[in-house]
Design a protein around this ligand. Structure first.
Ligand code: PMP
Length: 284
């Protein structure tokens, strides 16, 4: 496996950074996860735009041009034989020899990217779905930034596991549904698809955009509105969406079945449209 680090392509196992990197010391950095189907970057412009938004919001200078980003990621993809991959890329504010919350003036960002095989969902997950619990969202108030600082997400994932669930759906301080620990949330009620609107409470997921576009194309009504815990618990279907999982059916919430406890009918339909949409984009 080959990684890109600060201008060089090197074996992943040999990649090294300084312990004085502000990413390591402060979690001072941002990241992206980009799916690749048939060696083609999927919704790349949208991922690149979100990366630029995260960099701008945190005041980290974008170290590369769009053409350079594109070239690096495509080079990484070509260096690996997997048809379907996902790229992890991270930019931190850089290495600073004096540990100080205040960033020094002339830092050069640390740029890191590597690629992994993208596995499709297992038959078991497709047949049975996943179990979630609702947990209070203990994260910060800028969840729209894709920051590498993921300690609360890790703690929430552990808490979900301790309660016998696969993941958690987070409830914001205002009482409304936010998102999963690493995914956006959708519900189906009476044939309609609903999801919380974008705000600083959630990450504007690219998969969320993909689903929005598929819904429009296939005349599936999609409503963006704040959802209460009750609406979530009484939904006919719940999905968790992300670049590596696409749409994951949730079949149990807080120990109770969602709908009839099996992956739902609209999810099945959406999944087929999603596979077709990927195919259409690859062939463009
Ligand atoms: N919310 C959070 C908190 C996430 O970590 C992710 C996945 N990185 C998402 C939503 C989904 O985003 P995307 O569809 O762009 O993968």
């Amino acid at each position: 496996q080959i990684a890109y680090l600060n201008g060089l392509y090197i074996p992943l196992a040999e990649a090294q950074i300084s312990p004085q990197d502000r990413g390591f010391l402060f979690g001072d950095g941002v990241y992206e996860v980009i799916p690749v189907y048939n060696k083609t970057l999927f919704y790349f412009d949208e991922h690149l735009q979100r990366l630029k938004n995260s960099l701008a919001a945190t005041g980290i200078a974008n170290p590369l041009s769009d053409a350079q980003w594109t070239d690096i990621l495509n080079t990484l993809i070509e260096k690996h034989s997997w048809q379907d991959q996902f790229i992890y890329l991270q930019v931190t504010r850089g290495v600073q020899m004096q540990r100080d919350h205040m960033p020094a003036d002339c830092l050069s960002p640390t740029i890191y990217a590597y690629t992994n095989p993208l596995k499709s969902l297992t038959d078991d997950v497709l047949a049975k779905g996943v179990k979630v619990v609702t947990l209070e969202d203990i994260r910060w108030l800028r969840c729209d930034i894709k920051a590498i600082t993921l300690l609360p997400n890790v703690m929430l994932k552990l808490a979900a596991k301790q309660q016998g669930a696969d993941d958690a759906i987070l409830i914001s301080r205002d009482g409304y549904v936010a998102e999963g620990t690493a995914s956006n949330a959708f519900i189906v009620k009476d044939g309609k698809l609903l999801t919380p609107p974008t705000s600083a409470k959630i990450l504007p997921g690219i998969t969320r955009l993909v689903i929005e576009s598929i819904a429009k194309q296939h005349h599936i009504e999609l409503i963006e509105k704040e959802l209460t815990r009750d609406e979530l618990e009484q939904a006919d279907e719940i999905w968790l969406t992300s670049s590596t999982k696409e749409a994951l059916p949730v079949t149990s919430i807080n120990g109770k079945p969602v709908g009839d406890g099996k992956p739902g009918a609209l999810w099945q339909t959406l999944r087929q449209h999603y596979q077709q949409h990927k195919q259409d984009i690859i062939e463009q």
